[in-house]
Design a protein around this ligand. Structure first.
Ligand SMILES: [Zn+2]
Ligand SMILES: [Zn+2]
Length: 262
């Protein structure tokens, strides 16, 4: 058996997506040399966290996050935020997320998104766990919120980072890690590919964002954690490295920031 080399730091492993196939998807991931997966619990307001945590409790090397996605910010009640604050303390919950700002879809008013974002950064401060950000077409505002609220001591991850070197620099300056999705394998992702060449390896993670954004050669299909190896291969090609070295470095980074095995 080859040593496991990869961690998918952000995937949505939900029954409503995979139904009976979920266990098969998880088996294929471990067979593809993944050592761990982080199942994101940030959908259907606070309900997603419950499902992700249940999965993490069932499968040893799956960890969970708890958060309210910016898409759901408009629906989030005080009770939902309290539920996240409780869930975030869970032993297998490694991050508060995904939280942030999404001005692309604009499902919730911007001030409401910012408010729910700020309140969840406060939860991360309280539980001393890293934040996991979802930011789309809202980087400037996200930096402002981070500067006002203060970065949690435990740090943070920008999930699905698809912007360029300038945005990468701003997040790096704030001490954040950047998680690179399968989008980096798309030929038109020129800016992102430039960013991937300059991001220090010790600040990089990799992810699938399953079931979305499958990398080449599965582009357009339903994504699954096993495919994260293709993202590692592309990053290796861009950086003149090897898939194994990228896998191992990003794996170490994930273990450290999520404090897995500590
Ligand atoms: Zn996201
Ligand atoms: Zn996600």
């Amino acid at each position: 058996m080859p040593l496991p080399m990869f961690i998918d730091s952000h995937c949505h492993l939900e029954r409503h997506t995979f139904a009976d196939e979920l266990d098969g998807v998880i088996e294929r991931a471990f067979a593809a040399e993944l050592s761990h997966m982080v199942a994101v619990g940030a959908s259907r307001v606070a309900e997603g966290a419950t499902e992700a945590i249940a999965l993490a409790e069932r499968v040893a090397n799956i960890y969970a996050t708890a958060g309210i996605h910016p898409h759901d910010a408009g629906k989030a009640t005080d009770a939902d935020l309290s539920a996240i604050a409780v869930a975030a303390r869970g032993a297998k919950v490694v991050s508060v997320g995904e939280i942030g700002l999404d001005y692309h879809y604009d499902f919730a008013p911007k001030d409401v998104q910012r408010n729910v974002f700020v309140r969840q950064i406060a939860i991360a401060h309280d539980v001393d766990k890293p934040i996991m950000l979802h930011v789309r077409e809202a980087h400037e505002d996200a930096w402002q919120v981070l500067d006002d609220a203060g970065m949690p001591r435990a740090g943070g991850i920008v999930h699905c980072f698809t912007a360029g070197p300038r945005e990468a620099e701003e997040y790096l300056k704030r001490g954040m890690h950047l998680s690179i999705p399968g989008v980096v394998t798309f030929p038109k992702s020129v800016e992102l590919q430039e960013a991937v060449k300059m991001i220090p390896l010790e600040r990089m993670l990799i992810e699938t964002d399953t079931p979305y954004l499958a990398p080449v050669p599965f582009r357009g299909k339903r994504n699954e954690p096993a495919y994260v190896v293709h993202t590692a291969a592309k990053i290796a090609e861009l950086r003149g490295s090897t898939q194994a070295a990228i896998g191992e470095a990003t794996r170490r980074n994930a273990l450290a920031i999520f404090r897995i095995g500590a």
